[in-house]
Design a protein around this ligand. Sequence first.
Ligand SMILES: [Zn+2]
Length: 464
Amino acid sequence: MKTRTAVIFGAVVVAASMTTGARANRGGALAGLGVFGNLANLITARQSTGTIAFTNVNVIPMDADRVLRSQTVIVQGDRIRDMGPTSKIRVPSGATRIDGSGKYLMPGLAEMHGHMPGGDLEETVMFLYVANGVTTVRGMLGQDFHLELRRKAQAGEIIAPTLYMAGPSFNGNSVSSPEQAAEMVRRQKAEGWDLLKIHPGLTVPEYDAMASTAAEVGIRFGGHVPADVGLRHAIEMGQETFDHLDGFIEYLDAFDRPIDEEQLDELVALVKGTGAWVVPTMVLWDVGIIGRGDARAMENYSEMRYWPARGVAGWSERQAARARAASQDPERADLWANNRMHVLKALADGGAGVLMGTDSPQIFSVPGFSLHREMEAMAEAGMTPYQILVSGTQAVGEYFSRQDSFGTVAIGRRADLILLNSNPLRDIGNVQDRAGVMLRGRWLPEDMIQSRLAEIEQRFATDR
Ligand SMILES: [Zn+2]
């Protein structure tokens, strides 16, 4: 029991220090934003507006495991207006044409467990997401400025994914009674948050008051599973997302023993049956909680150049403590990690909802870039490229279907797209082989993305 609590709280500590760290970065790392400001204007100015046509492109619609050859896709405003074989679709006069010959057009990706530091890092983080083809982010720890950030993103005042925001956390400190929990639900609903974020520490009566009030006022909730509540009760009370696979290894009692297959089958059926989702954040748990992974190698990931050096140093320090614990009992660490992979594969193969997420910026996870690391980890767990892409596209559209229509390439969908030079269904690594990103109908060619990334790198380099 001790381990479980420690593990669960580990995540909270990690999340809390992330916020503090980000705040500490406000003053220094990005002081003097003139260069950024100018570049942002340049990008906005050069962005094509009006009608855009991708011609002769291979479309990966993500409604099924298939590729549609030689398609023309017409985008007007923020929507896909028309698509079909290039031989049949007429490109409106005056449309900007993008030659898609030999290329692949897929839906934009989503970070379903993201964080958004403020201050000087705010716009940079938004751009790092977009630069990696992340066109939707579900923020999972509300801070005051997030509602305004969501508005600015929506209005196109900054280059940012479409944002859906969880409110400030429900946890053992912020919740003191069932009545107060219910009041907090009503207040967050009235303030306009998209969902409630659950952390450890709630009692069962508090959790139940939160859940029934959420159902009453019509706001969804997700995140962690408070230890007193447990996975089964949380599923039954309508918790929609189980982030980090929280509660699963506890439920299966599989920290240091193999998983009981019958019990796992039953659990997969329960999750599938209730329509709950998991956001596994495999890399975060492996590195930041279990303590596996080589800190030196991670410090040298190429994307670390897009993050303040002292932020990376802080990640190394925090990971070191975990790594020391893991080195005490490497067999247990491996078994725990392998059991998590086994659970993820069983959920994916069993048709339960899996959503892609990384908890960035977190330990060695640079926003946007971390999604590619996560996709590798999902592949290592045995998921197919199609299953992995579903978790970041089609499944996300399904999760947000009450808000908007996106996540597949089809007429009427929000025009969030990634144009690739090679087929991601063949090799998931090809998601990084980009030719450009379309964000709500705004086209960002790869050369523009790279030049702004170079500016960010330079900014952080002079800060070292
Ligand atoms: Zn988080």
